[in-house]
Design a protein around this ligand. Structure first.
Ligand SMILES: Cc1ncc(C[n+]2csc(CCOP(=O)(O)OP(=O)(O)O)c2C)c(N)n1
Ligand code: SF4
Ligand SMILES: [Mg+2]
Length: 351
């Protein structure tokens, strides 16, 4: 229950990260989601990723919309900034916050209903603008919170718990993120933390719009035979393109050239993504190739996971707009009111 606070005292032998925090310092309140819900596994993966990256919790701003998935920011990073927005409106609030203060790490958490149905327009614009953020969609193919109606990501032919067959075409969030210009695009599965934690770490280290679609079974309404978002279905049809390690910038970098199937991708902050290719024909730098690969495997009924595309040279919205480095709330009167002469110059340029 959310009103039950977790004990603050930690066991003295708990391991600490480089800045002295235990993993428990990255937890939030007790989850109220159904036992076995995939979303709780994603929260655990976010906690693990932030702990391993030695992120100071107060440097994170977590934003979400409405839905079981959008409730989850209450269950991790209890000492971070949080904003639970209106249904489908998280991207615009995140964009505004990011423009006002670029010194925080932005984490958008949403659902397939929140981002692919009511929030589709907002999703499109936050991706094409290249807002520097990690955007996670906890994708279960249904509106879990409102009792299991099909969402826009439900596959045609999939059957609801009540026995209704979906006839609509699905929206593929990964395909859309690629098309819209996201500079880091990945798909994970809540049941595969070994793959998901490094994906989240790499997305956080990425400068630009990083998107992760995480298939996250809804055990209450979409985990039965006939569902294509159930634990069983995804385990059987998971097609991983690569395996990822990430080495933070400050750690000593050792590169192993011996393995011909490993690529190193340096991020803007100097951290290195090491991609172990599982499929020799897969190139994570090729946006069009990623789209084709996705479509071809989707047609075979496979759920492609892994890091599908990354542009390590990406420019974010601040670079596009040439904004000031300092957060707006630290700007003084001199910067905000530069005087009549400057105003005259601006007006002259508009005549
Ligand atoms: C403007 C508005 N319309 C509709 C709703 C009802 N509503 C609440 S959550 C939700 C769907 C949530 O689905 P999703 O984002 O997939 O989250 P899940 O619960 O599946 O994690 C809907 C339609 C609402 N809260 N606000
Ligand atoms: S209804 Fe579905 S999505 Fe919501 S908490 Fe339960 S299992 Fe998770
Ligand atoms: Mg959903």
């Amino acid at each position: 229950m959310t009103y039950i606070a977790k004990p603050r005292l930690h066991h003295p032998t708990l391991a600490c990260n480089a800045i002295g925090y235990t993993r428990r310092d990255y937890e939030g309140k007790v989850s109220t989601l159904c036992a076995g819900c995939g979303h709780d596994s994603i929260s655990a993966a976010i906690i693990q990723a932030c702990w391993e990256l030695d992120i100071e919790p107060h440097r994170v701003a977590k934003l979400s919309g409405i839905g079981c998935s959008s409730k989850t920011p209450d269950y991790f990073l209890g000492q971070s900034h949080g904003f639970n927005t209106v249904h489908g409106r998280m991207p615009s609030v995140l964009t505004g916050a990011n423009l006002a203060n670029r010194t925080l790490l932005y984490l958008g958490v949403s659902g397939d209903g929140d981002s692919a149905s009511i929030g589709l327009g907002q999703f499109a614009h936050v991706m094409r603008r290249g807002v520097d953020m990690t955007y996670i969609v906890e994708n279960n193919g249904v509106y879990g919170l409102t009792k299991g109606q099909f969402s826009a990501t439900a596959d045609p032919g999939s059957v609801s718990k009540k026995g209704v067959t979906n006839t609509d075409s699905p929206l593929d969030m990964v395909g859309m993120a690629l098309m819209l210009g996201a500079s880091f695009v990945a798909r994970g599965f809540s049941g595969d933390k070994r793959q998901l934690v490094p994906l989240i770490k790499a997305a956080i280290a990425h400068k630009g719009a990083a998107f992760i679609d995480v298939i996250s079974p809804c055990v209450a309404f979409n985990n039965h035979a006939g569902s294509t978002k159930s634990y069983e279905y995804v385990r059987e049809h998971n097609e991983a393109v690569n395996r990822l390690d990430i080495m933070p910038a400050r750690a000593e970098i050792t590169i192993d050239y011996a393995d011909g199937d490993t690529i190193e991708v340096e991020q803007h902050d100097g951290s290195v993504l090491r991609l172990h290719k599982l499929h020799a024909d897969y190139d994570a730098h090729d946006r069009v190739g990623a789209m084709n690969y996705l479509q071809a495997h989707q047609a075979k009924g496979e759920v492609v996971t892994g890091l599908l595309y990354v542009d390590p040279e990406a420019r974010d919205l601040h670079a596009h707009l040439d904004t000031v480095d300092a957060p707006f709330n630290t700007l003084g009167e001199r910067e905000l009111c530069p005087g009549a002469a400057v105003l005259e110059k601006i007006n002259a340029g508009l005549r």
